[in-house]
Design a protein around this ligand. Structure first.
Ligand SMILES: C[S@@+](CC[C@H](N)C(=O)[O-])C[C@H]1O[C@@H](n2cnc3c(N)ncnc32)[C@H](O)[C@@H]1O
Length: 237
C-alpha cells in the first residue's frame, strides 16, 4: 500500500505534532540529527553573501544551523507550508538571536514564491519525502537555485551493512512508531507514516540519477552514521 501524501493530510499531521516535534526528533534520533545538520552545513559550506533557502524547514533546525555557520551574516529563508511548525521555528530563532537573519515564510515546496536563480544554497532535511509530488519539489528547488549554486538533500536511508541494517530496520518498524505515538500524545498517523514514507523514498544511486535528471551536475552522496542518513549534494548547471 502506498503512503497517502496528499498535501492536506501532511499539513494536518505536522500541525498536530508541531508542539512536540523538536523534543521527539532529538529523542528518537538519540540527538544524532543535530550532528547530521552540523555536518551538512560544513559539507555544503556557504560562500559569499547570496541568500540561502531551506525548504520543508519545519521548526527551522537546518536554517538555524546555516545561521550559526554564517554567524547571522547571510540572509536565510526558512519555508514550509505548515504554519504551526513555522511558529515554533520563529520563536526558536528569536531565542537564538537570529530573528534578523532568518525569515520564516509559508510556502509550498511544489510552487516556491521566489525568482529563479536566487539562492546560493537550497536545502531540505527530512522533508522532500513528504512532498506529494517529490520530483516537482526537486525541480522547484533547482529553479530557485543560482547557476553554480548547490542543492542539498538530507534524508533517512537504509544502512547497507549488517548488523546495523537489521538493528535499524527493527528500530524503525517496532520501536519508533509506538514510542513516537506515545510522545506525540497518541498521534497515530505521524509515526506509522514515517517508516512507510522512508521505505518508499529512492536511495543512493537511484536518487543521484533523479537529481541529475532535474538539472544537477556533479551529484555526490555522503552516507552519515553508517548510512542511517544520507546527504545528497548537486550543483545547478
Ligand atoms: C519531517 S519534517 C522536517 C522538518 C525539518 N526540515 C527538520 O529537519 O526537522 C517535514 C516538513 O515538511 C513539510 N512539508 C511537507 N510537504 C510540504 C510541501 N509540499 N511544502 C512545504 N512544506 C512541506 C511539513 O510541513 C514538515 O514541516
Amino acid at each position: 500500500m502506498t503512503v497517502d501524501k496528499s498535501g492536506h493530510r501532511v499539513q494536518q499531521m505536522f500541525g498536530a505534532i508541531a508542539p512536540h516535534y523538536d523534543r521527539m526528533n532529538h529523542l528518537l534520533s538519540l540527538n544524532v540529527d543535530r550532528y547530521w545538520r552540523w555536518r551538512t552545513v560544513r559539507i555544503v559550506a556557504p560562500q559569499g553573501s547570496a541568500p540561502i533557502l531551506d525548504v520543508c524547514t519545519g521548526t527551522g533546525d537546518l536554517a538555524l544551523a546555516f545561521a550559526r555557520r554564517t554567524r547571522g551574516a547571510v540572509p536565510i529563508v526558512a519555508a514550509d507550508f505548515c504554519p504551526e511548525m513555522l511558529e515554533f521555528g520563529r520563536e526558536k530563532s528569536c531565542r537564538a538571536g537570529y530573528a534578523q537573519a532568518v525569515t520564516f515564510r509559508e510556502a509550498d515546496t511544489q510552487a516556491l514564491p521566489f525568482e529563479r536563480n536566487t539562492f546560493q544554497i537550497v536545502s531540505v532535511a527530512f522533508g522532500l519525502r513528504n512532498v506529494s509530488d517529490t520530483d516537482q519539489g526537486l525541480r522547484e528547488m533547482v529553479r530557485v537555485c543560482q547557476v553554480g549554486g548547490r542543492v542539498a538533500i538530507l534524508e533517512f536511508s537504509m544502512p547497507q551493512r549488517q548488523p546495523l541494517r537489521a538493528i535499524y530496520g527493527w528500530y524503525f518498524r517496532h520501536v519508533l512508531p509506538p514510542v513516537g505515538q506515545f510522545l506525540a500524545r497518541n498521534n497515530h498517523a505521524a509515526y506509522h507514516y514515517l517508516p512507510q514514507s522512508v521505505g518508499e523514498f529512492p536511495q543512493g544511486e537511484e536518487w543521484v540519477r533523479r537529481m541529475a535528471a532535474a538539472g544537477m551536475a556533479d551529484v555526490r552522496h555522503y552516507p552519515l552514521s553508517g548510512g542511517v542518513a544520507t546527504l545528497y549534494v548537486g550543483v545547478k548547471m
